[in-house]
Design a protein around this ligand. Structure first.
Ligand code: CMC
Length: 428
């Protein structure tokens, strides 16, 4: 392989180094190009821009491959636990038995939230979206744990900041929900596993305890694993860019939660259910909505379809579709919108518009249907995504700081007015 490419511009030739990843991905290093040629590159939405070198997640959108630290997502979803995967993503290797025990114990120990958080929560209107509440609470952690504001200087501080965030996010997420529905906030129970503890805090009340169904616990753990990381997506890039200014882990992750919220990213799981409900209410005509999605004068898009990088199939969607059938079958749930979803998928997969543009169901097309069957309310779906994505955000933030990456600061091509003189308001 040639280790450079040539750029010919205005009679000069510039050599651009080629960088190669461990899966033979090749990239042009243009970091010195401006100094040499005066040129910058432009790529709105960073569709073809590598912002970093990362050793965490590999995905091949053409082949539908997703691996965390080299391990195929299919194996991890089937065999491991969410906390094991979280450790793998954050620390680079699967934990041995002793490391796993210590990790689980530490995370269990730190699940309690400072009592003053209750005052903060009371300040939100009861109809506040739980994603807004969650991101505010995660930012607020910086006030309660100022010792972790600059955690990169000490390994112990890094560790405790990470453990606190992993441990407290399920408690905060359930509190955001309880606050919304006006029920008392429940404390975590440290003898329960991660997913069960979260489900109990969501669905128990002081009047009635709640023991999660093992089918539900297992499905939730799988969903969390499937969402755990996805390389440089919108929210993860946000976490890295905020963290690149040396903002704290909590501030960086809070920004990631906000980026995830939008319907083109993590908010798609809520948007999918709302779309399927609307189709059902309108008589269940999948073809009508397919036609709307294809009409360029209609802003409607088929939510849960298409992906920036997967142009063949989304491996997570395959696992989730099967899980949706399993879970609904085991729980005896007969959800009519699952049938509408399947009809939409079948029709889209043979429709030239979707085929030509390589638009396939993504991870969010079926995840909302499972969350619904598990009893999770629709506006908590994106919160569920955030719980799953947390190890990815942490791992990527840690990698970025450990590699001492420079502050993120893209350039632009200016298209506004040229210099002009100020005129007094009366003479304009
Ligand atoms: N329905 C109808 N048309 C679509 C859709 C869709 N869901 N997605 C893309 N297209 C069309 C788009 O109009 C464009 O057509 P044309 O070339 O004629 O202008 C073409 O396909 C390429 O689309 P794009 O918007 O340029 O692609 P992108 O890479 O910028 O956007 C996406 C990717 C995921 C934002 C987009 O496919 C979309 O909006 N999907 C629906 C929202 C969704 O499901 N998001 C969840 C993504 S997976 C979870 C996550 O990781 O966040």
């Amino acid at each position: 392989m040639s280790d450079f490419a040539e750029l010919h511009f205005e009679g000069e030739v510039y050599k651009l180094p080629v960088v190669e990843g461990t899966e033979n991905e090749k990239a042009l290093d243009i970091s010195k190009m401006r100094g040499q040629s005066g040129l910058i590159t432009i790529d709105p939405g960073y569709k073809n821009t590598g912002s970093t070198e990362s050793a965490i997640t590999f995905l091949d959108g053409e082949k539908g491959i997703l691996r965390y630290r080299g391990y195929p997502i299919e194996q991890l979803a089937e065999k491991s636990s969410f906390l094991e995967v979280a450790y793998l993503i954050i620390y680079g290797e699967l934990p041995n038995a002793e490391e796993l025990k210590k990790w689980e114990t530490e995370i269990t120990y730190h699940t309690l939230i400072h009592e003053d958080f209750k005052v903060l929560l009371e300040g939100f209107p009861s109809n506040a979206h739980p994603m807004g509440v969650l991101s505010s609470c995660v930012t607020a952690l910086t006030a309660f744990y100022p010792d972790s504001l600059d955690p990169v200087r000490s390994k112990d501080e890094v560790r405790i900041s990470i453990v606190r965030l992993m441990a407290k996010l399920p408690t905060l997420a359930s509190w955001a929900y309880k606050n919304e529905i006006g029920q008392p906030l429940l404390y975590p129970k440290n003898n329960m596993d991660y997913a069960s503890n979260f489900l109990r805090m969501m669905f128990a009340t002081p009047a009635e305890d709640f023991t999660p169904d093992p089918v539900v616990v297992s499905a939730l753990s799988t969903l969390l694993i499937l969402h755990a990381d996805h390389e440089q997506n919108c929210s993860t890039s946000t976490v890295r860019i905020v963290g690149s200014s040396h903002a704290s882990l909590y501030a960086s992750v809070s920004a990631g939660i906000n980026a995830l919220w939008g319907p083109l990213h993590g908010g798609a799981n809520q948007a999918v259910i709302e779309m399927l409900e609307a189709i059902k209410a309108d008589g269940g005509d999948a073809d009508k909505y397919l036609a709307k999605a294809k009409d360029k004068d209609d802003p409607f898009r088929l939510m849960g379809f298409g992906h920036r990088v997967y142009k063949n199939f989304d491996p997570r969607a395959r696992i989730i579709k099967k899980a949706a059938d399993d879970v609904l079958g085991k729980l005896g749930v007969n959800d009519p919108i699952l049938e509408i979803a399947k009809k939409l998928e079948e029709a889209a997969l043979v429709d030239p518009y979707f085929v030509e543009r390589k638009l396939y169901p993504n991870v969010d097309f079926y995840s909302g249907i499972i969350y619904r069957a598990l009893g999770i309310p629709t506006n908590m779906f994106t919160v569920m995504f955030a719980l799953g994505r947390l190890p990815g955000w942490i791992g990527q933030w840690k990698e970025m700081r450990e590699n001492n990456e420079p502050i993120g600061r893209p350039r632009q091509v200016y298209t506004g007015e040229n210099e002009r003189d100020y005129k007094d308001v009366g003479s304009r």
